[in-house]
Design a binder for this molecule. Structure first.
Ligand SMILES: [Zn+2]
Length: 138
C-alpha cells in the first residue's frame, strides 16, 4: 500500500508516519478520547445524616400544631358573646361558659400534642444514637 502525502502528493510507503519528502503527517490523528468521568461511589453514605427521619418530621409537626393551638386558644380565642347592654353589663359582652370550656380543651390538646411531639423526637433521637453507624463499615 502506498499513502499519498496530503500536502505534496508524494507516494510514501505505509510504513512511514510522515511524508518522506515534506515531513507532513500521513496518519490522521484520531479524535481525542472523551474525558473519562470518574464516578464517585454512589453507595457511600454521607458522614452526617442531614435529612430528618419521618418520625422526627412527624414530631416536629405535632409540636408546631400544639404550640400554635396553645397560642390560638390562650390569646386569640374569643370566649365572649354579645348581650344587650344594660346597667349591669355596660360592655354588652359576657363570657360564655361553653366557649371557655372549648378554650380550655384547646389549650389542653395543644399541650398534649406538644408533649407527644417532644417525646417522639427524643425517642427517635435516642434510637438513632443507639443504631450502629452506617459509614463505619469498611
Ligand atoms: Zn509530502
Amino acid at each position: 500500500m502506498i499513502r499519498k502525502c496530503p500536502k505534496c502528493g508524494y507516494p510514501n510507503p505505509d510504513t512511514l508516519d510522515r511524508c518522506f519528502q515534506c515531513g507532513a503527517e500521513l496518519v490522521a490523528k484520531p479524535p481525542p478520547a472523551p474525558p473519562i468521568r470518574v464516578r464517585t461511589n454512589p453507595q457511600r453514605q454521607p458522614a452526617f445524616q442531614t435529612e430528618l427521619s419521618p418520625l422526627t418530621t412527624f414530631a416536629a409537626v405535632l409540636i408546631l400544631i400544639g404550640v400554635g393551638a396553645i397560642f390560638y386558644y390562650a390569646f386569640l380565642f374569643d370566649v365572649t358573646v354579645p348581650v344587650e347592654v344594660s346597667e349591669f353589663i355596660p360592655t354588652g359582652r359576657v363570657n360564655n361558659i361553653g366557649l371557655m370550656n372549648e378554650r380550655l380543651i384547646g389549650i389542653i390538646c395543644g399541650f398534649g400534642s406538644t408533649f407527644i411531639g417532644i417525646i417522639l423526637a427524643i425517642v427517635d433521637a435516642v434510637s438513632a444514637g443507639l443504631k450502629p453507624r452506617r459509614d463505619s463499615s469498611p
